[in-house]
Write a protein that binds this ligand. Structure first.
Ligand SMILES: Cc1cc2nc3c(=O)[nH]c(=O)nc-3n(C[C@H](O)[C@H](O)[C@H](O)COP(=O)(O)O)c2cc1C
Ligand SMILES: Nc1ncnc2c1ncn2[C@@H]1O[C@H](COP(=O)(O)OP(=O)(O)O)[C@@H](O)[C@H]1O
Length: 315
């Protein structure tokens, strides 16, 4: 896959590229609905002898359009998005740096500069895709803006248990800790990557060392205890993860919850390793225990519950 970052204004002309079938979207999560749009662009490219492409945007428009939030949390931060799209086998990935100036392009200007000038011959997008200033361009206006230079295909909504699969639905599952529903929406479990940092070194003294993972940019599930898998140096391990403020030990809440994984049957020192945590099930909420023995007893039960959960796990 060729990865092309586009800064506005770019200077490509259509003879810089072969004919392209391009999937267009923000694609946070690269969920099953997104995967359908991307697969449709690939099918079209294959059957028409064109190259396939995905165009997406970074950062999230709300960062730039100043809708209250400055710090967006993603289902798939840009690096993960690139990796999942690469895994789908597309030929080109265009990532447009989303700026105020870019967001002010009129729908026709967007189509001229970001579709026609990149030699796109077929646009594929979901039924609710919008483009150009204020999202005024829709799949209904696309034939008009195409100037007869390209075809288009609209992918209808994909539902799971009667609900439209969307980044919004996935965000609410994540915020509510409904981890078990995510594979049917994402096509894979939710996962987050980060570096193992130093904690208070208390874990090892209570018999449950925990790798504290610094996870940034992702949506963090609610505090509580989870059955997880963790990838360390290329190998998957099972474990239990606590997200929270460790009220048993700490009077005052830190600004961010800690995310700590006790890895089963594992004894290595892994500080500074970049690890991937895969979230499978929420087991319980975080509690303040009256002492270390009660906490340790509960963690032993959590471990057992996760082991039972994973007994029938077959990757
Ligand atoms: C599976 C699991 C469940 C946990 N549950 C709680 C809890 O309910 N309440 C709490 O105060 N701490 C809980 N902890 C966090 C421990 O307090 C924490 O691991 C310990 O303080 C070690 O911290 P350290 O890694 O910074 O040394 C849990 C940890 C694990 C691994
Ligand atoms: N089974 C295990 N699960 C998690 N971390 C482990 C395990 N065995 C060894 N470790 C190592 O020990 C560290 C955790 O020990 P801990 O006393 O909890 O320290 P910290 O408070 O710095 O996280 C991890 O970062 C890792 O390097």
């Amino acid at each position: 896959m060729e990865y092309i970052k586009l800064q506005h204004p770019h200077s490509y002309k259509n003879d810089d590229f072969p004919p392209i079938a391009m999937a267009l979207g923000y694609f946070d999560g690269v969920h099953l609905g997104h995967q359908q749009v991307i697969a449709e662009a690939k099918r079209t490219a294959d059957s028409a002898g064109m190259k396939s492409a995905v165009m997406t945007f970074d950062p999230h428009p709300s960062v730039v359009l100043g809708k209250s939030i400055q710090h967006v949390e993603y289902i798939t931060p840009i690096e993960d998005k690139i990796q999942y799209i690469r895994g789908m086998g597309v030929d080109y990935l265009f990532v447009v740096h989303f700026t105020q100036e870019f967001s002010n392009l009129l729908p026709q200007e967007f189509i001229d500069q970001y579709v026609i000038d990149l030699n796109v011959r077929t646009v594929v997008a979901g039924f609710d895709y919008t483009y150009g200033k204020m999202g005024k361009g829709t799949m209904e206006t696309i034939p008009f803006h195409s100037r007869g230079m390209f075809d288009y295909a609209v992918v209808p909504k994909l539902a799971s248990s009667g609900e439209k699969i969307s980044s919004t639905l996935i965000r609410s599952c994540l915020r509510e800790g409904r981890m078990e529903e995510l594979p049917s929406l994402l096509g894979r479990p939710y996962s987050t990557s980060g570096t193992v940092i130093h904690g208070d070194k208390r874990g090892r003294t209570i018999g449950f060392p925990t790798a504290n993972v610094n996870i940034e940019e992702y949506i963090i599930p609610p505090t509580g205890v989870y059955a997880v898998r963790i990838n360390v140096k290329g190998d998957w391990h099972f474990g239990v993860c606590n997200i929270g403020y460790r009220p048993t030990f700490k009077e005052n809440r830190e600004p961010k919850p800690s995310i700590e994984v006790h890895i089963f049957n594992f004894e290595e020192e892994i500080y500074d390793e970049y690890v991937k945590v895969e979230w499978h099930a929420r087991l319980r909420g975080e509690k303040k225990f009256s002492g270390i023995d009660e906490l340790v007893g509960q963690i032993a039960k959590d471990r057992q519950e996760a082991l039972v959960y994973f007994e029938n796990y077959h990757g």
